[in-house]
Design a protein around this ligand. Structure first.
Ligand code: HEM
Ligand code: HEM
Length: 408
C-alpha cells in the first residue's frame, strides 16, 4: 500500500495515524469515566476498602493518562503529516451543507484531539503525586505552576473538551456510516486499512475558511456555556494557600514573623509536597544560654489548613488526618542548647495521639532577628494516619520541614 496520500486516496501513513488515534482516544474515554467513578466511591468508603479503591483509581488514571499522552503525541505527528500531504477531496463536496458539516467535524476533531489530552496533561502538571504517567520521560509539562487554581482551570477545560470531542466523534462516525450504508459510496472504504481504494473527489470542494470558523465558533460556544455554568469559577481556594504558610505570633519573648511547615509524602513512588496554611507559635528562648535548657515552644497547627497537591481531600478525610474530629495538632517542647547545636525535645499531639518527637534545628540570630530551620521524619502510623494504607501506596515515613523567622 502506498504510504503517501494523493488527491484521490489516503496513503498508509494517514490511515495508520487515523486508526491509531481513534483507538487511543476511544480507550482513554472509558478509562477516564471509570477512574472518575472510582474516585467518587473513595469519598464514601473507609478503611481497607478506601485504600483498595484509592489504589484502583490510581492504576486506572495512570493508564488513562499514559494512553492520553500517547494520543496527544500521535495526534500532533498526524497533524504535521496532514499539513505536508495532499488531502483527498470529499466525494460529495458539491452537497454544500453536508460538505460543510463533514469539514467542520474534521477541524473540530483535529483541534479537540490535541486540546483534550493537552488540558488533561496541564491539569496533571499543576497537581502532584496522584497517578503518574507510566513512562520514563518526566511527568509535568514545563512552566506549569503547582497550584490548585491552575489545576482546577485545566481540569474544567479537560472536561468541557471531552464532551465536544465525544459529540464530534459521534457525528463523524454517523457521517461515515451514512456514506457507507445510505450513499453506498467509498468514503469509509478508502479510509480502511489495506484497501487500495481511490475514489474520484467531486470537482466542487468546500473551502477551509468556513469550516475552520464554524469549528472555532463551536469551541467558543462550548467554553461560553461552561463559563456561564461556573465550570471555571474558583472553588474557594484562597490565593496562594497552596504555597505558603502564615504563622501567627503567640505568647513568649520571640514573635514569629514568617515561616512554613511543610510535609513531603511519597505516594506511588512520587513525592507529594504540601504545607499547612497557618499556625501559631509561642516561643520563649534565651540566647545567652550556651549549654542546657534554653527555652520553650508551643506550636498549634490547624489541620484543615493543609494543602497536599491533588490528594488534599483524601489527606483530610477520616482515615488520614481526620480533620473534622481532630482539627488541631500541637507540638509542645523544651529547647536545649548543646555543644553540637540546638534541639527541641517534646511531644506532638496529632489525631488525638501523643508521641515524643525530638529534633535538632539550625538557628542563627542576628540582632533581634532569629532564623530557624529543621527537618525530620515522622512515622505516620505512630499517629494512626492511613493505618489501613500499605507503605507501597503511601510511604510510612513522612518528611517534615520547618522554617521560621522570629523577632525579639
Ligand atoms: C484524548 C485523550 C483523553 C480523553 C478522551 C480523556 C477523557 C477523560 C474523561 C472522559 C475523564 C472523566 C471525566 C469525568 O467524568 O469527570 C477524564 C478525566 C481525567 N483525565 Fe483525561 N482524557 C484524555 C487525556 C488525558 C491526559 C493526557 C491526562 C493527563 C496526563 C488526563 C488526565 C485526566 C485527569 C487527571 C482526570 C480526572 C479529572 C478530575 O477528576 O478532575 N487525561 N479524562
Ligand atoms: C476518536 C476517533 C476519531 C477521530 C479523532 C477521527 C478523526 C478524523 C479526521 C481528523 C479525519 C479527516 C481526515 C484527515 O485529514 O486525516 C477523519 C477522516 C475519516 N474518518 Fe475518522 N476519526 C475517528 C474515528 C473514526 C471512526 C470510528 C470511523 C468509522 C466509523 C471514522 C471514519 C472516517 C472516515 C471514513 C474518514 C474519511 C473522510 C473522508 O474521506 O472524507 N473515523 N477522521
Amino acid at each position: 500500500m502506498p504510504l503517501a496520500n494523493t488527491t484521490d486516496r489516503y496513503g498508509g501513513v494517514t490511515k495508520t495515524f487515523h486508526w491509531l488515534t481513534a483507538l487511543l482516544i476511544l480507550s482513554a474515554f472509558p478509562l477516564g469515566f471509570l477512574g472518575a467513578n472510582t474516585s467518587h466511591q473513595i469519598a464514601q468508603a473507609s478503611g481497607a476498602e478506601q485504600a483498595a479503591l484509592l489504589e484502583r483509581a490510581a492504576t486506572i488514571f495512570s493508564l488513562h493518562k499514559t494512553l492520553g499522552v500517547l494520543a496527544f503525541l500521535t495526534a500532533a505527528l498526524r497533524l504535521i503529516w496532514a499539513v505536508i500531504q495532499p488531502h483527498p477531496g470529499l466525494l460529495h463536496g458539491d452537497r454544500k451543507a453536508e460538505a460543510l458539516a463533514a469539514s467542520t467535524a474534521h477541524w473540530l476533531l483535529y483541534a479537540t484531539m490535541l486540546l483534550t489530552p493537552l488540558a488533561g496533561w496541564l491539569h496533571h502538571s499543576a497537581t502532584s503525586g496522584f497517578a503518574p504517567i507510566l513512562w520514563p520521560f518526566g511527568q509535568a509539562l514545563p512552566f506549569v505552576p503547582q497550584s490548585e487554581r491552575v489545576a482546577h482551570l485545566f481540569g474544567a477545560a479537560h472536561e468541557l473538551l471531552q464532551w465536544v470531542l465525544l459529540g464530534t466523534i459521534a457525528a463523524h462516525v454517523a457521517g461515515a456510516l451514512k456514506h457507507h450504508i445510505i450513499d453506498r459510496d467509498d468514503t469509509l472504504r478508502r479510509m480502511l486499512p489495506r484497501r487500495r481504494v481511490a475514489a474520484q473527489a467531486s470537482a466542487r470542494q468546500p473551502g477551509h475558511a468556513a469550516p475552520a470558523l464554524a469549528a472555532l465558533a463551536i469551541l467558543v460556544v462550548a467554553f461560553g456555556i461552561g463559563a456561564a455554568n461556573g465550570s471555571f469559577a474558583a472553588r474557594g481556594v484562597p490565593e496562594g494557600a497552596e504555597t505558603a504558610s502564615a504563622p501567627q505570633a503567640g505568647a513568649g519573648n520571640w514573635q514569629a514573623q514568617e515561616g512554613s511547615i511543610g510535609l513531603t509524602v511519597v505516594q506511588f513512588d512520587q513525592s507529594v509536597g504540601g504545607t499547612f496554611g497557618n499556625f501559631t507559635a509561642d516561643i520563649t528562648f534565651d540566647d545567652t544560654v550556651s549549654e542546657g535548657e534554653s527555652g520553650h515552644v508551643r506550636v498549634a497547627i490547624p489541620i484543615p489548613s493543609l494543602t497536599l497537591g491533588s490528594v488534599t481531600p483524601q489527606a483530610l478525610a477520616a482515615d488520614y488526618f481526620d480533620a473534622e474530629a481532630h482539627p488541631e495538632a500541637v507540638y509542645e517542647g523544651t529547647l536545649f542548647t548543646t555543644a553540637e547545636g540546638h534541639e527541641a525535645r517534646g511531644t506532638l499531639t496529632l489525631k488525638g495521639i501523643e508521641q515524643p518527637v525530638n529534633f535538632p534545628f539550625d538557628l542563627s540570630i542576628e540582632g533581634d532577628q532569629a532564623t530557624m530551620a529543621a527537618s525530620f521524619t515522622l512515622h505516620r502510623k505512630d499517629f494512626g494516619i492511613g493505618a489501613a494504607v500499605p507503605g507501597s501506596t503511601v510511604a510510612e515515613d513522612v518528611e517534615v520541614s520547618l522554617d521560621l523567622t522570629a523577632t525579639r
